[in-house]
Write a protein of this length. Sequence first.
Lengths: 517, 1014
Amino acid sequence: MKTSKIIFITILLLALGFIHSGCNEDFLNQDPQTSLSDNQVFESLDNVQFFLDGLYFEWRFTRVNRRGFYLMLGTDESQQGEYQMRTEAEQGGLDKYDGFYSEENKPIAELWSIRWPIVVKAGMAIDQLNKLLENASKEDSARINSFKGQASFYRGAVLLELASYWGELPIPETTKNSITLSAKRSIVDTYRMIENDLLTASQLLSDKLNSADLRIPTKWAAMALLGKMYMSVPLSSGLRNYGNAKLQFLEIYNHGGFSLATNVADLWDPTKQPGNEPIFTFYFTNTSPDTNQNQWYTGSRACAGNPTNYIGGYDLVLPTEYCRNDIEQGGLWEKGDLRKMESIRYDFINGDNLPSPVAGFGEDQLLPHIKKYEDKRIDGKQSFYDSGKNIYYVRYADVLLSLAECMNETNETSAAVQLINNTIRKRAWGGTLPSEYAWNPNMSQEDFRKNIMTERMRELCFEGWRRFDLIRTNNFVNYIKERNRWAKEASLISEQHIYYPIPITEIKMNPNLSENK
Amino acid sequence: MKKLLFILFLFPSLLFAQKIQVEGKVTSSSDNSPLMGVSVQSEANQGIGTITDANGKYSISVDANTNLKFSYVGYKTKIINVETKRILNVQLDENVQEMGEIVIVGTAMKKSDLTGSVATVEGEKLVEVPTSSVVQALQGKATGVYVQTNAKPGAKSSIKIRGYNSINYGTNPIFVVDGLVIDGGFDLINPEDIENINILKDASATAIYGSRGANGVVIITTKKGKKGQFKISYDTWFSTKEFSKNIPLMNGEQIFNLRVDAYANAYMDKNPNANRQSYIDRYLANLNPQRNIIFSKEELQSYQDSVSYNWLDAIVQNGFQQNHNLSFSGGTDMGTYFLSFAYNDEKGQIKNSNYTRYSGKINLDQNIKKWLRVGSNNTFAYTDENPVVHDNTFINALRANPLLPISDEYWYLREGKIDNQSANNPLKDIKVINDYYSSRLMSSNFVNIVPLSDLNFRSTFSLDLMNVENYTYYPTTSTDSYRNAYNGQSVHVKSKYLNWQWDNSLTYNKIFNEKHNINILLGSNMSLYTYNYDQQNAVGYGNDLFSYKYPSGAPDKERFYLAGDFTSYSLMSYLMRLNYVYNSRYYLTLTYRTDGSSRFGSNNKWGSFPSVAVAWNLAQESFMENTQNYIDNLKLKIGYGIAGNQNIPNYAYMTLYTPSISLGSTILGNLGRYGNPDLHWEKQKQWNIGIEGNFLKDRLNLGFDVFYIQNEDLLMLKSLAPSSGFSNEISNVGALENKGFEFTLNAIPIKTRTINWDINFNISADKNKVTKLYEDMTEIYNLGGWTNNEIQREGNIFLGKSLNTIYVYQFDRIVQESDMDYVHSLQLGSRIIKPGDLLPKDRNGDHIINDLDRYIAGKSTPDFYGFFSTNLNYKNLGININTNFSVGAKRISSLYETLMSSYGNGGAHIDLLNRWSPEHTNTDIPRAYSEGGRFNLFETDWALQDASYLRLSEVTLYYNLPADWLRKIFISSLRVYVTGDNLALFSNYKGYDPDSGDWYPSSRKYVFGLNISF
C-alpha cells in the first residue's frame, strides 16, 4: 500500500515537472490574436498593401473632422466663425495671429502630431522593403517596388506639407525597427529628402490614370507634387526651379490622359462622376469610419436644428468677405462664373427646413458658407456628422493652373494666358468664355502673377491649398491682413507668422531641439 | 432504522448505568485560549455529546470510565478516559496543517508563520455594514487599507494598500478567493459567505504571490462547514436609501438675475459707452419673448409665475434594498460542507435603475483516505442590472435650468432659446433600456496527499469564468437616436473572461528536538487569462416594438457596426520557502521565487523575487518571566523583500498593427503605441518593521508597523516626441519612494458577565515621492482636453514630488478698478481681465501669465486616515459605532466648479449670489459673464477643495434574543438589529462627498436586519 502510494506521488510530481518545464516557453508566449507585429506585417507581401492603405487612411485622417480645417483658418479665403472665435481662444489665435499663435497652441500641435506617424511608418516600411528587395524574385521585385513607390509617395507628400508650413524639420532617422530623433535639418536637406521620395515615387508608381485600388497613388500624383515642390521651395534655399516644375506639369499635360470635368457642378455633386479630373483623392463614404464630418464644421448653425438637414453645421470656418463677394463689391467673383455658386452657399432654405439663427451664437450664421463639403446624400436620412464627400487633394485644374504659372515664370506669359483661357476659365463659364472675361495675352508677367493667385482662389478655394500658395508667393502677410476679418481687426500678423511654431510638446520631448541644450 | 433500534436497545442501559456529570474547559495547548465549539463525545456511544461554549466550557453526563473524544477542526483529536473525575480540563494540540490555515495559491499555511505584515478582518466584522459589496465592507476595517467608495450605482470602489507604488499600472491589490486569484469583479462575492479576510501588506507576506503582490494581496477565505456542528442560518436585511446631501442651488428668479447680469456685463465690455440699464430693459429683461434675446417664452413665463422647476426630483426616487442569505453547514470526521444561497435586490435612486444578484456557494471537503483529502470551493453568482445608460444623466438633471418647465418633449435641456446639445433631456435618458447581466463561476478544487508523515502534497486547479451580456436600446424617441439620426438603435455586447490556474506545492514540516520547527515549501503555478468580446450595433428600427431583442428588424444594414477581440496572457512561477521557528521565540522566513509573464518580450519574461523576514517573541524569553502576568505576547519583526508588478496592457513589447475596414477593404493601423522590447518587471523593494503586543490577558492589543518601499523600474506610459511618429510607449522608467506607518489599538476596557465594551482605533499614513524619471526629465505632463495637448490639473508627474499632485494657477485676486494698471502691465495672451474678473498670480514675476505660473497646490491623497469603532453590550443588547476619517487630501470638485461657472444658462450654486459687482467688491467670486476668454475659477487653487473628513459611518443597535426562549422553538440564536449607515459627515467639501466624489451623491441608509440560526 505504502509503496504504491509513493509511486503514485512520484509519478504525479514527475508529470508536474514535465509539464512545467516542457511547455515553459510556449506557455508564456501569448501572441496577439487580432493584430500583427511590425515584423509580421512584412513577412508576407500580401500584408503590405493593407499596411500602405493604412498610411493612406492616416493621411486622410488629417482632413477629417475639425482638424481638417485648421490649415484653412487665418487665410485670405476663409476664417473662423464668430462663436468659435469668442469661445476658443487658442483656435482663435490661428486667425488673429496673437499671443495664442505660439508654440503652446494646441491646434497647431495637433496639425504637427498627426502628420509624423505617416512619415515615420513610411520610413520604416521603406527600410523593410529595401531589405526584402535584396533577395527577391523578379516577380516579387515588381510588387515590392510598387509598395516602395507608395511608401515614398506618402512620406514625400506629408513631408512637403510639414515643410511648407513649418520650414526646417527634425526628420528622424528610421530603420525597420528603430527611430532616432533628429535636430532640425536645414531647408536644403529637408527639401532634398522630399525631392528624393517624390522622384522615387514617380519612377516606381504606375503610369495608369487610376489604380485598381483607387487609393494607390499614381506616377502622376507624385509628379504633380514634385512640381509643386519645385515651385514652392523657399527661394533662400536656391532650390526653387520653375523649369523643373514645368517639366513635371508638362509631362502630366502631355501624357497623363487627364481632362477637366465638363461641368463644374459635377465635381461637387457626390452623386456624379468627376470624369478624369482628379489626380489624387481622399475617398470617403457616409459610413463610419469613412465619414469625414466636414459639413459639421462648415455648415450653418441656423440650419442645424434638424440634424439631417444637410446644409446644417456649426460655423467653424466661413469664407472671408473678400472670398464671398463679387468684384464690384471689392471681392473675388466675376459675373457668370459658375464656380461661385458651387463653392459658396448664399441661401439657406432647404425644402421645409427654414433657417433659424440661434441667439448668442454669432451674427454670421446666415452669412455665406462654404459649400464644397455639402453632402446631399445624407439629406433627411443621416446626421450631417455623417457627411463624407470625397476630398480632392490634387486635381487636373490645379496642374493646369500651376503649369501656367510656371510658364509665366519662364517667360511664356502669353502661352500661359492662352492655357488658362482655353481650359480653366472656359469651363468656368460653362464651355464658352465670354470675350470680356478672357484674359489678355499681352498682360505683364507681374499682372499674371497677381491674376493667377486670384484665379487659384476661384478654382481651388477651400480645398486646402491657399496657405501653401500664400506662403510660396510671399503674399501671406499682405493678403491675410487685408482680407481676413480677425487678422485685420487684431492687426498683429507679420512675417514671423508665416511658419507655424514647432509645438512645445516636440521641443520638450525631443532632446535634439535647441531649447533643451 | 438500524440506528433507531440501536438507540432503543441502548435506552435502558442509559437509565440504569452510573452517571456522572463531567465539567471542564477545553483550551489550546499553544496559548491557553479557550476553544469554542469543540465536539465532546462519548467514544462508545456517539449519541451522547455536546460542544463547548464561548469560554471553552462544557458539561456532559456520562458513565464513569467512559472514553471522551474531544475533536475540533485544526486540532488533533484527543480521547481521554473520564475515570470518575468530575472536572476534566483538556488541552488540545494544534494540528499544524490545519490550524489557522489560510489557503494561499496552491498551498495551505499557518497564519502565525506569516512573519510579515498581515491585517485580518473576521467575517462577522465584515457584515457589520450591511452592504452587498465586499470592497465597501472593508472600508475602515484594517490598517493600511484605503477604500475609496464610488457612490454611483454599479461603479467600483477602489482599494489601495499602503498607498501608491506604481505610476500608471496596477495600484490595486489582487484578491485571492479560496486560492483563486482574481483581479476584478469583486462585487460578485457575497460578504455573507466570507469567513475572514487577510490582507497581506509587505513583501515577506506577499512573497508567496510574487508576481502579483506588489500592491498587496487580499485573501478571502469563505466559510466552511465545521465538524460536528450542523447549522442552518438565515440572514436578512432591508434598507432604505436616500441621498445624504443636497447641493444648494439658485432658484428661478436668482438664475434670471444672474443671466441678465452676465449678458449685460459682456455687452458693456464691448460697448463701454452704452447704457447698461436700457440695454437690459430692452433686450435682456424684456418680458416680451419676441424682444427678449436671452430668455425663451417658457422661461419668461416661469419667471413671471415665480416658479422654479426641480429636474432632479423628476428622475430620482428613494432606493430600497433587500438581502436574504440562507446557509447550511456541517461536517463529520470524513468531511465538511457549506452551502449557501443568497438574493440581493436593489431599487436604484434614479428611476428605472435596479440591481439584483443571485448567488450560491458550495464548499466541500472530504477525507477519502487517511492520506488523501479532496475539496472543492465553488461560487456561482448571477446579476441582473439596469444601470442608467449615461454617466451624466444625474448631473444634467441636477444642473438643469430651473426656469425650464419639466417636460420630456425637448431633445436637449434648453438654456434660453438654445438647446444645450451636450445635455440630453434626463427624462429621455432614463427611458433608454439598458440591461446588464453577468454570471460568474469561481471554482477551486484541490487534492491533498500525505505520502509520508510530515510531507504534504497539494495540487489545486481553479477556474474563474465570467460571462457578461449588455443590451442597450435607444428608442426612436431617445436623444441619442435623434442626434445620430439612428431611428432606433440596439447595442449588444457580450464578453467572456476565462481564467484557469494550476498550483502545486510540496510541504515538509518537522519538529526536531521539540524546539526546532522547520517548514519547507516548494511550489509552482501556471495561470492563463483569456478575454474575448463581441459587439453588434443595429440601427434604423423605425419603431420601438421589440426593443433590442430583434436586430433582424433593423433595416439600415449599411450603418451596422460589428466589433470583437480575443486576448490572452499567462503567468508561471516557481517558489521556494523556508520557515524556521526556534522554541516559539525566533522566527525566520526565507522565500525565493521566479515569475514569468507573457507580457514581456522573450528576453525579459522572467523576474526573481527574494524576501527574508525575522521575528522575535520577547514574551517567551526567560528575562521576561516577571512580566508574563501582564504581557501575553510581544513580537518584534523585520522584513525585506522584493515584489513584482507586470500589470501592463498585453503585448506592449511589440509595435502592433490592427486590422480595420476602410473603403471596403482591410487596412492595418497602429494606435499610437510603440513596442518596447526591453520591457521588464517592475520591482518593489519593501522594508517592514513592526511590533505587536498583547497585554493583560488580551484586554489590550497594540500593533505598530513602519514601511519603506523603493519602487524601481516603474512601468509607465511614456509620451514620445511627436516626430517619433508614435504617441507613447510603455517603459520601465523612474523610481518612486513610498513610506508610512500603521498603528492599531484594540482594547476591552470593561469585560464582565453582563457588560462588554471594546474599542478599536487605527491610523495609517503613507507618503510617496517620485525620485527618478527617464532621461533628464524633471516633469511629465498629463496632456488632455479636446486637442489632447492641454496640461491637465491631475496626473502630472514631478520629480521630487508626490505622484498625486494637483497643478494649477494660484488665485491672486479679484481685480478691482484700482488694479487695472497692474493688469495692463501683464501679458495675458488673449485673456480678458476687467474689474470683477479673476487674476492668477504671476508667480515667477515675469509679467506673463502662462503655464510657468502654475504650481503644485496640493495632493489628492490624505496625510493620514483611519477609523475608530466601539462596541458596547449589556447582556443581550448592544450598540456598535464605526467612524472613519481622512485628513490632508485635496480634491477637485468638478460639480462645484460647473455650478460656479454658470452664467444663468443652467443651474448655479448659491455661492454665486456673492459674486462681484461694482457695488459689491469685497468678495472672492468673479462677476457674471456670458462669454469665454476669462480665467476660470477652476484653473486656480481657489477651486481646490479640502477633502478631509470625519464620517459617522455606521451605528448599529442589536439585540440577541435570550437563548432559553429560543431553544423552545428550536432556534439556537436570533439577532435583530437596526443600522444607520453614513449618518453624518463633517467636511468642508463643497461637492457631494469628499470620499466618493461628485458625479453621484453618496447615500444614507437605514437598515433593519435579522440573523437566525438553527
